[in-house]
Design a binder for this molecule. Sequence first.
Ligand SMILES: Cc1cc2nc3c(=O)[nH]c(=O)nc-3n(C[C@H](O)[C@H](O)[C@H](O)COP(=O)(O)OP(=O)(O)OC[C@H]3O[C@@H](n4cnc5c(N)ncnc54)[C@H](O)[C@@H]3O)c2cc1C
Length: 556
Amino acid sequence: MDQNPRPLPGSTPDEMFPSLTPVQQSRVLAHGRRRKVTAHETLVDFNQQPTKFFVVVEGKLDILRVTDNREELFAVCGLGMFTGEMTVLTGRRGLVRIRAAEASELIEIDREALLALVQTDSELSDIFLHAFILRRVELIARGVGDIVLIGSSHSLDTFRIKEFLTRNYQPYSYVDLERDADVQNLLDQFQVEITELPVMICRRKVVLRNPTNQEIVDCLGFNESIDRTHVRDMIVVGAGPAGLAAAVYGASEGLDVLVIEANAPGGQAGASSKIENYLGFATGISGEELAGNAYTQAQKFGAQMLIAKDARGLACDRRPYALKLDGNERVPARTVVIATGAQYRKLLLENLSRFEGAGVYYGATHLESQFCIGEDVVIVGGGNSAGQAAVFLAQTARHVYVLVRSDNLAKSMSRYLIRRIEETPNIELRTNTEVIALSGNDHLEAINWRNQKTGEVERHKIGALFSMTGAVPNSAWLEGCVVCDDEGFIKTGSDLSKEDLQRAKWPLTRSPYLLETSLPGVFAVGDVRGGNVKRVASAVGEGSIAVSFVHQVLAE
Ligand SMILES: Cc1cc2nc3c(=O)[nH]c(=O)nc-3n(C[C@H](O)[C@H](O)[C@H](O)COP(=O)(O)OP(=O)(O)OC[C@H]3O[C@@H](n4cnc5c(N)ncnc54)[C@H](O)[C@@H]3O)c2cc1C
């Protein structure tokens, strides 16, 4: 059995368990009370929602990992040290047991008081957050938790579950069918057939056979502490960069914010191995790290997050609006920020994801063009974005192949772009052609394509493929509540014509604000919005800007 594949943190115990100074302790005490505990008294139990947070004034606490009713010492919390990790912020069930190692005196504060404290005391906030994150990373590295995943490295569902758990910072142990001789024993123990893999053993009791993300979340109780009945100031749908930005700004400015995310936080950016063009990160930042930081930041400010929950519809006929979830559940909101992004149409190639960001790109900006100066490149697609990319890349690349499945470009591309392509000597159009294979090691090295008419297959040593086959916005779930353009991207602000507003029965004398849809108080940000530039930075910018208009709507 191996531990889940996270890098070891390399943090020292001092960093994970810093001691508060007497002055800092007194600032915590101002929000709580002193409490004396006897030796061996259990203060927080494993698998319970955290309600208290402690600082040790005298004595010490044992932090225990619990597996199959066996306890193992994870850490000792000594003088001036404090308890807690990410579950204190999220309100999810705890991963460890905390027990007094000896008779001790503590400062005890309630979780709500701690959440208020981290929003007002920036010094303590930094100390707590830093320690909580390091502790969670260490728990993940040691596979602490009560989840075992049994699967195969060749199975897409195993990959999905691993990715889901990792992106939700959930520790787990992984047993690989192909590599681990003990698998059969484990399967026998839980009466599972090999054909039922991947299997997740949750809390050592519940056996989930190829569970959906929703089933995983239900078993782990991720969403159980979140109230869904009271009217929120703002509900954000989608926790990609746009939604997370809205959540951070909204919650930090005092709004009662709930985020509804169909999968895991991070959106498309969360899956990006390295984002190199995001301001302030000169050496790039992985999507996972960016999303993780934003997620923690949103929770620090008090935003709550429903994970693995699809918004199925918007009840838009009266205010407050309500987001429709599974099973007729409705969550009411005064304002809504739609940040559900778009799905890039992808080439149906088995190993595509291996080369995404490593030779396969979905945008052709200056950054990507730097990767292929003087090289041959392939562009797949016959729309305007493909045409623009071809003309742009032809300035620096040696040769640009444009591959389309149709007979010509006339139906899909603007005339001026077709002419530019025809006039540019190093652009070559290949019609009736589709990519059939990609190959390479760490990076794309060669592409095979086939002419559908002649059946002829060509293989070219090319390390850059630009997939420009368009994006489909995730807006169908809105069932016509807001006006969209012909491709389904949501129209906002001045893009909404008089006719659009008349058709939508816009009820106010004012025009829609920037980023506001045809429904007052409902905003659209990021990739799902018509006219948006599909970049992490613009998604983050729009998510944060929308919040200032949310304030104005709430004040109306
Ligand atoms: C492979 C790849 C690499 C990229 N690299 C870069 C890069 O290097 N630099 C850059 O600037 N941009 C990059 N981009 C583009 C960038 O990732 C997107 O522009 C950005 O993520 C858009 O953010 P968003 O929040 O609008 O949408 P998304 O990131 O798509 O997030 C939308 C979220 O909404 C959720 N959702 C959808 N429907 C529902 C629903 N009904 N209910 C609840 N939740 C829902 C989704 O699960 C998702 O988490 C890349 C994109 C891809 C695909």
